[in-house]
Design a protein around this ligand. Structure first.
Ligand SMILES: *Cc1c(COP(=O)(O)O)cnc(C)c1O
Length: 385
């Protein structure tokens, strides 16, 4: 169906940060399939592990124990400090699980109409509940009636969340992205998450982080909340987790980890041996190859290099981000930049109308990062001129 205004081009193979189109032209991929392909394209270790798993066992369903799923849950819990995991196939599904946990947590406390605090400019997915949680009218328009039970406040405003506590007695959770992705790479104040954590603690709300875009090394830590000293009760993952093989996860600890009991939630495919092999191999390669440090270093390099190249260029508002999640905000809508960058063999993405989003593979090296900034700076300068 016509759900996308697609570019009229197709890539037929890839290698590292490069994609090759049908004509054989090579593009530097600075969007990684929308912050998914952290290991880049055609990674040899991932390909070998997936081939091996496909020859062994792809799927058995959650009717049976799945050792690779248990191992993946164990590893994600060790990395994050959370305690249990539910596996699904996408980000929206991971958030559906989080929303169901919050509602069930509320009902278990005797709250018949539980509400979840969500943010303006947030993005949580395209299913009915997650688009209702999303703070973007374009995502919602035409799909009313929306799912109720969400209360919205501005992103970055902890005070606004604190005020809600005084006026609502049915709130059960806060759902927030540590850094907003689709909303324009929005970076809140350093103490924002800590303030939200404190409000949640004071009111016995669940603190739920959507780390679908920020998680799995994207910002230079395994999870973005690890830039702070607070812990979420619930965290959702997808995008980078499977390096392109669909896999999502909802992790939880404490009471949130034990809210679901058998029969309350499920997924036919979720966490099957093939998907878990993709995730386990992703985590392994990331650790072995030092990709967290690489994301932190190369992210800082790209931001400072771009700042130099675009220094004094009228129309560039801000260069921001953390690790390899970078936004360049211009003073005008810049959707046309996508095509203009493509003409220079660079794949970028524009979000929130006027923000160039860079989310390249985490394996990018300094030389490739320099090519990225050089091409992007030229394209932006030409566009603004
Ligand atoms: C992409 C994204 C989602 C939705 O993930 P899908 O796999 O497309 O369902 C949810 N939340 C955030 C923060 C995202 O970036």
């Amino acid at each position: 169906m016509q759900t996308y205004a697609r570019q009229d081009m197709a890539f037929v193979r890839g290698e590292g940060v490069w994609l090759v189109d049908e004509k054989g032209d090579k593009y530097l991929d600075a969007m990684a399939g929308i912050a998914v392909s952290g290991l880049g394209h055609a990674h040899a270790k991932l390909a070998a592990a997936l081939c091996e798993q496909a020859k062994t066992l792809i799927h058995t369903s959650n009717i049976f124990r799945i050792p690779k799923q248990e191992q993946l849950a164990e590893e994600l819990c060790t990395l994050s400090g959370l305690e249990r995991a539910f596996f699904c196939n996408s980000g929206a599904e991971a958030n559906e699980a989080a929303i169901k946990i919050a509602r069930l947590y509320g009902h278990n406390k005797g709250i018949a109409n539980p509400a979840i605090v969500v943010m303006e400019k947030s993005f949580h997915g395209r299913t009915m509940a997650t688009l209702s949680a999303t703070g973007n009218r374009k995502v919602q328009a035409g799909f009313e009636p929306l799912v109720t039970g969400f209360v919205r406040v501005p992103f970055g405003d902890a005070e606004a969340v604190a005020k809600l506590a005084a006026h609502h007695n049915n709130i059960v959770a806060v759902l927030v992205e540590p850094f907003q992705g689709e909303g324009g790479i929005n970076v809140p104040a350093a103490d924002y998450l800590a303030k939200l954590r404190a409000i949640c603690d004071a009111n016995e709300w669940l603190f739920m982080l959507d780390e679908i875009q920020t998680g799995i090394g994207r910002t230079g830590k395994w999870f973005a909340f690890q830039h702070t000293d607070v812990m979420p009760d619930v965290m959702t993952l997808a995008k980078g987790l499977g390096s392109g093989i669909p896999v999502g996860a909802c992790l939880a600890r404490g009471v949130a980890a034990n809210t679901f009991v058998p029969g309350k939630h499920g997924s036919t495919y979720g966490g099957n041996p093939f998907a878990c092999t993709a995730a386990l191999t992703t985590l392994k390669v990331m650790a072995e190859d030092g990709l967290l440090a690489n994301a932190a270093e190369l992210g800082a390099f790209i931001r400072s290099n771009l700042a130099e190249r675009l220094n004094g260029v009228a129309g560039v508002r801000e260069i921001r981000g953390q690790g390899l999640m970078i936004g360049v905000e211009l003073d005008r809508p810049c959707g046309d930049l996508v095509k203009q960058a493509m003409a220079q063999r660079l794949l970028i993405n524009v979000t929130s109308d006027s923000v160039v989003r860079l989310v390249p593979p985490l394996i990018i090296n300094r030389q490739e990062a320099a090519v990225l900034t050089e091409r992007l700076a030229e394209v932006i300068k030409a566009f603004l001129a």
